[in-house]
Design a protein around this ligand. Sequence first.
Ligand code: 5AD
Ligand code: FES
Length: 354
Amino acid sequence: MLDQEMSIQEIEQWLRETDQTRISRLWNRADSVRRQAVGNEVHLRGLLEISNYCVRRCTYCGLNRNNSGLQRYRMTREEILACVDQIVDYGYGTVVMQAGEDYGIETEWLAGIIEQIKASTSLAVTLSLGERPLEDLKRWRQAGADRYLLRLETSDRALYRCIHPNLSDQPSDRIKILGQLKELGYETGSGVMIGIPGQTYQSLARDIDLFRRFDLDMVGVGPYIENPRVPLGAGQVCSPAIDPADQVPNTEELTYRVIALTRIVCPEANIPSTTALATINRDDGREKGLCRGANVVMPNVTPVDYRKQYEIYPGKACLHETAEACQSCLAARIASIGRSIGKGPGSRMHINHI
Ligand code: 5AD
Ligand code: FES
């Protein structure tokens, strides 16, 4: 069975499938669900990495506060608004402001910037700023923010605890925050990394089921990429050890499988073909993602000098490209697969049935 109601066991079987004919069926089904549910338009979201400060010590992520190898920056209001003007000029419908969990991004300061963007442009505003308190999320929603991205990284609790240390005494509960975001009326996005050491096929199948049960508006997934400057990339082992046959590989192939299965179980979701995917296949990773279920790309608009410091993992695609270079690169890639660039904000569409 390959439809919206498929069971967790069936999802796991598809993740483990080795028969090429059946795998081709998966790609075809995902592509046709994508076409019927969200159409041929590829929506572009201008990604602005506004700060690389972070209070957390996620063991997979280069922004980890213990990583002294990064020069930290926080963009000014003027710098942000100048990039927003560029996003408008390029015709993108959304600005995504992303950062580490940085409390130097003050609630009111950012609210003022959101208000300014909403008053002077027709852009949708997406935030991706970590596990901020409810009060901040409320204030920014009131200021006009439309969407919020907070990845679960993995729904395996023990693995999550191991790779995502708590802040002092406060347990991290991203499911709870995702619920708050929905309640506040944000379009809510989440996602996971694929191939984290210790991640099993079964837990990945559960992640995909969770996207469905949560009825997420956006789902972003990408391969886990080792960063030797932080503990997980330097060999941290999360016990208990799992059977090697159950370990999900952090490959391109598995990433496409997750994109395709997510599209099938969440037909209406906006699903990006991510930079991490483009990093492990620079030739045509983005295009393949778009042909196997994805319908969004997030061109980076961060000024190049800052972009180099936003090093979540090494070898990130587009690290040295200007915003302009990414714009023409992506336009060509989208045209090469016969798709068109979306107009307007590209919000989640609600359909009755497909
Ligand atoms: N490899 C791949 N993705 C990563 N992220 C963080 N570190 C890595 C890594 N080493 C992803 C996380 C985070 C998003 C912004 O980047 O999923 O939520
Ligand atoms: Fe940045 Fe291709 S998307 S160079």
